[in-house]
Design a protein around this ligand. Structure first.
Ligand code: NCD
Length: 309
């Protein structure tokens, strides 16, 4: 990898993205074994530093590290004592003194993983920073699409919902564009970032038009914790116009898949039926998250192991 840290998809070359996806293919097999453990990162220490709540991401980084035989430490500082950026950097320096081999950081403020990386000697993996990026989510989403569709190049990917506040949307826009997909975003106007088309996507305020011919439809969680004002009149109205259900999916291709990074607001972004059944691949995304994060830890935390051959 050309950079020591994984801070965002924006910094990655397409070949590096593919290298991570290919490494994840090898990791999938380990998860099918009775003994799901290989010695790749034995003796290495991985610190999970999560300043924001997380279920899937934290659990899958922990499982991923353990499957590679690393020692994984979960560090969840109470948010109250960490309102000041100095204390975050102090925390980082304290952790650095313990010689971790990788630090996985999630924080509600964009740019914190970068600032932590600036003071750490260990590689930093961004596990989601504010509304900025969530690179491993986009990588596992690309992995899941490639698994389901056999390719990414030439597909049409429609991302629906709170694009403005979503780090998942940003990272996925970068990733799918770099891998040759057409990317569309669809949202009520206040949830579309200004000038979003400059990122190379097509923007729609009509869900029907955005879904026309789509191979992949990705719903996003309404980021209630990041909504400073009123972005839509009510959950019911949002659901009627932008919530996905089987009727609306008829506008997409017959074999289109539905994705969601979770956690799902059931009945808002997705109907209950679609949340639980095909064509949604939500649990495949979660399952693939472990293999993908194994690949990321191997490629970033295992550098010396890899270099030593
Ligand atoms: C996402 C996140 O935290 O950014 N969740 C996740 O990592 N699976 C999406 C979200 O919270 O909406």
């Amino acid at each position: 990898m050309s950079q020591p840290n994984l801070l965002g998809i924006e910094d990655l070359e397409p070949a590096e993205i593919l290298r991570i996806l290919d490494a994840a293919e090898h990791m999938v097999e380990i998860g099918h074994r009775a003994v799901k453990k290989v010695p790749t990162l034995r003796g290495r220490t991985i610190v999970n530093l999560f300043f924001e709540p997380s279920t899937r991401t934290r659990a899958s980084f922990e499982i991923a590290g353990k499957r590679l035989s690393a020692d994984v430490i979960n560090f969840s500082p109470s948010s109250s004592s960490l309102k000041k950026s100095e204390s975050i950097l102090d925390t980082a320096r304290t952790l650095d003194a313990m010689d971790p081999d990788a630090v996985v950081v999630r924080h509600g403020v964009a740019g914190v993983p970068k600032r932590v990386a600036d003071v750490l000697s260990a590689p930093v993996i961004n596990a989601g920073d504010g509304a900025h990026e969530h690179p491993t989510q986009a990588l596992l989403d690309c992995f899941t699409v490639r698994q389901q569709k056999g390719r990414i190049d030439g597909l049409t990917v429609t991302i629906v919902g709170d694009i403005l506040h979503s780090r998942v949307a940003r990272s996925n826009i970068y990733a799918f564009l770099k891998l040759g997909a057409e990317v569309r975003v669809a949202a009520p106007p206040p949830m579309l970032p200004p000038h979003v088309e400059q990122m190379g996507v097509k923007a729609f305020t009509s869900l029907r038009e955005a879904l026309d011919g789509a191979d992949v439809v990705m719903a996003l969680r309404i980021q209630n914790e990041r909504l400073a004002g009123a972005y839509f009149p009510s959950a019911r109205e949002y659901s009627a116009t932008f919530g996905l259900d089987r009727a609306k999916m008829r506008y997409a291709k017959d074999d289109a898949i539905v994705m969601h990074p979770g956690p799902v607001n059931r009945g808002v972004e997705l109907s209950h039926d679609l949340a639980d059944h095909r064509p949604s691949v939500i649990l495949d995304q979660v399952r693939n998250g472990v293999a993908l994060r194994m690949a990321v830890l191997y490629l970033y935390a295992g550098r010396r192991t890899a270099d030593e051959g």
